[in-house]
Design a protein around this ligand. Structure first.
Ligand code: URA
Length: 233
């Protein structure tokens, strides 16, 4: 149970002050009864605004097809971000919607977004070894010796305490590969190829665990059930 003004503000409808005005304007009901007190405590499922149930009161988990050119940071100084693709009401939520891990500005593909901080912590924790599949194109020929090099679990990237965990490389064309990682060090794919003298030209994340993009176009998202990641996942 939360105060009505807080509930509406946290779900991105309006400020707490505006919530008082919405209540005065008889736009808010609790169990079908017009509310008259912004401090009234109510369960979110009982509240309606303009006759409509509240927008995802229990939280959001989204699978986004990230296009190139958008950052995952909320800091406006870093440029246009993935959150700009979402409806304004979702962007105004508190806790805010954030990405589960990050993709670089020019990386495309599968990005999870949520307002569930416990899920962010769980899925980005080093303990969590969910396989993520990346498709990379590089500037120079890929040679078979890279396969055991990446699989060995000994590749040391500059500035990292631990070597990269074993990673599976499949060479799909002379300049193209699929790389499966179970961790997410900063710029990891680009740095792993750089350690072999290659520059990544394009990078796309195709899978996150069991999830893939299906036919979702770039810039679009689909909602996932909040319990998609069972605690044992
Ligand atoms: N590795 C990278 O180098 N960049 C990404 O965006 C994701 C993984």
């Amino acid at each position: 149970m939360r105060r009505l003004d807080q509930l509406l503000a946290n779900l991105g409808y309006c400020s707490r002050r505006e919530a008082r005005a919405w209540i005065d304007a008889r736009r808010v009901t609790v169990n079908g009864i017009v509310a008259d007190d912004p401090g009234q405590k109510a369960a979110s499922a009982a509240v309606q605004v303009d006759g409509e149930p509240l927008d995802h009161p229990d939280g959001l988990l989204l699978l986004l097809h990230k296009p190139a050119g958008l950052v995952c940071s909320h800091d406006e100084r870093e440029g246009p971000n993935v959150y700009s693709l979402l409806p304004p009401r979702w962007r105004a939520r508190n806790p805010q919607i954030t990405s589960i891990g990050r993709l670089d500005k020019e990386t495309t593909g599968l990005l999870l977004l949520t307002d569930q901080s416990a899920l962010v912590h769980r899925l980005t924790s080093p303990k969590h070894k969910v396989p993520k599949i990346y498709r990379a194109t590089v500037d120079r020929d890929l040679t078979p010796d890279l396969i055991p090099l990446f699989a060995a679990g000994t590749l040391q990237l500059e500035g990292e305490k631990e070597p990269c965990r074993p990673a599976e490389l499949q060479i799909t064309a002379p300049h193209e590969a699929e790389l499966t990682l179970t961790e997410g060090k900063y710029h990891q794919v680009r740095r792993m190829f750089a350690a072999t003298g290659r520059t990544v030209l394009t990078l796309h994340r195709a899978r996150f665990g069991e999830l893939d993009l299906g036919d979702l176009p770039p810039g679009q998202w689909r909602e996932l059930p909040l319990d998609t990641f069972h605690p044992a996942f």
